[in-house]
Design a protein around this ligand. Structure first.
Ligand code: GLA
Length: 362
């Protein structure tokens, strides 16, 4: 039997840049998915989830193909398929997963499932592989088996994150580097506010943003939006939508670099306003926010948070707020109050610190 744990993530800054060759700065959280893989004697793989109660999903190991399974089990069986595509001889096995991540909160529970399953099954198969390669297989499961056209941030964060640090990931050059993020030493807290909103499930907004950014890249005649040196050149785009979409990515890449400069200079609290600027850009230029996220962000900032922004793909999920220890309670109650005033269910709030990446368990 093999067991592995893979964490969810929050992204401090660098949103909707990972599929454009841009920069991201995520960290792992102390919530995630644990996977147990036990060998079987036949040719089946079964998947069971504590959170999705019900009978295990079973699939023939020799006939796994994209489209064969949908729903939560696709993340498990898609990872098995992607491991096979990468040349791993996957042993028939029972897979059991347990998650401590809030479902639909935008903390990348899907990447955590993929990474935990890949690590446990590789161990069961007796195969050693670099963490970056495991992240690649996990992403392949998500893109080609589940059919979600996501970038590579979530799987890379889950596999490579380090405690007390952010993971700078240059998705274009495929380079990662840790950036220390000493929250408590600076009297700071990072609150994750799960809005319980899930508008993204009903649309292909993510794919639409991706296509718009590809069109903007072609119109600007650059290899990638990261190659736009002068943000003003984006203003030459005649199509208003493409101009705003591209402006988000170009300014967001600059914000990631600015945050790294601030952290390197030890100015952790000064990161706050950059987060808020990132939210405004996601809301107004990329248009991937929603009322629930905007209300949480505005309430947090009005109550004294140093900065706040939505995280992840958008249209629901979670927002983060960087808050001085002295303001944690007032920010929490201001956000809850703003939701109550609208008759919305109050957000669940998690006070997070950067956690370690995926690992095998004894
Ligand atoms: C989702 C995707 C990531 C990334 C973010 C937006 O979480 O899975 O690849 O694109 O959205 O930054």
């Amino acid at each position: 039997m093999s067991r592995a744990h893979a964490p969810g993530r929050v992204n401090l800054i660098g949103e909707h840049t990972d599929y454009t060759g841009g920069f991201v700065l995520p960290m792992a959280v102390d919530m995630g998915v644990t996977c147990e893989a036990t060998p079987r004697a036949d040719r089946l793989v079964t998947a069971w989830s504590r959170e999705m109660s019900g009978a295990p999903m079973a699939a023939d190991l020799d006939n796994l193909a994209p489209g064969a399974v949908t729903g939560w089990a696709a993340y498990v069986l898609g990872t098995i398929w992607a491991l096979g595509e990468a040349g791993v001889v996957v042993p028939p096995c029972d897979i059991r997963i347990e998650s401590t991540l809030p479902a639909g909160a935008g903390l990348s529970s899907s990447a955590a499932v993929e990474c935990a399953v890949a690590l446990a099954v590789l161990d069961l198969a007796g195969v050693r592989m670099q963490a970056r390669d495991i992240a690649r297989i996990a992403k392949r499961a998500e893109n080609d088996f589940v059919g979600a056209p996501t970038g590579s941030m979530d799987q890379v964060a889950s596999m490579l994150a380090q405690p007390d640090a952010l993971l700078f990931f240059d998705t274009g050059l495929d380079i990662t580097r840790t950036v220390p993020f000493p929250l408590r030493a600076n009297g700071l807290h990072l609150l994750v506010m799960d809005t319980h909103a899930h508008h993204q499930l009903v649309t292909d907004e993510y794919g639409e943003r991706r296509r718009a950014l590809e069109a903007a890249t072609v119109a600007l005649a650059v290899p990638s939006l990261r190659d736009v040196q002068d943000a003003r050149s984006v203003e030459s785009l005649t199509d208003d939508t493409l101009r705003r979409r591209a402006r988000h990515v170009v300014t967001e890449n600059a914000r990631v670099q600015h945050v790294i400069e601030l952290l390197t200079a030890g100015e952790v609290a000064a990161v706050g306003p950059v987060l808020s600027a990132g939210h405004a850009s996601l809301r107004d230029d990329l248009e991937v926010s929603c009322d629930e996220l905007d209300v949480a962000v505005d309430a947090a900032v009005n109550a004294g948070a140093l900065g706040a922004r939505m995280v992840g793909g958008g249209f629901g999920g979670s927002a983060i707020a960087l808050v001085r220890a002295t303001h944690v309670d007032v920010v929490r109650s201001a956000v809850a109050g703003a939701y109550r005033a609208r008759n919305w269910r109050e957000p669940d709030v998690y006070d997070v610190v950067p956690a370690p990446g995926a690992r095998l368990l004894a």
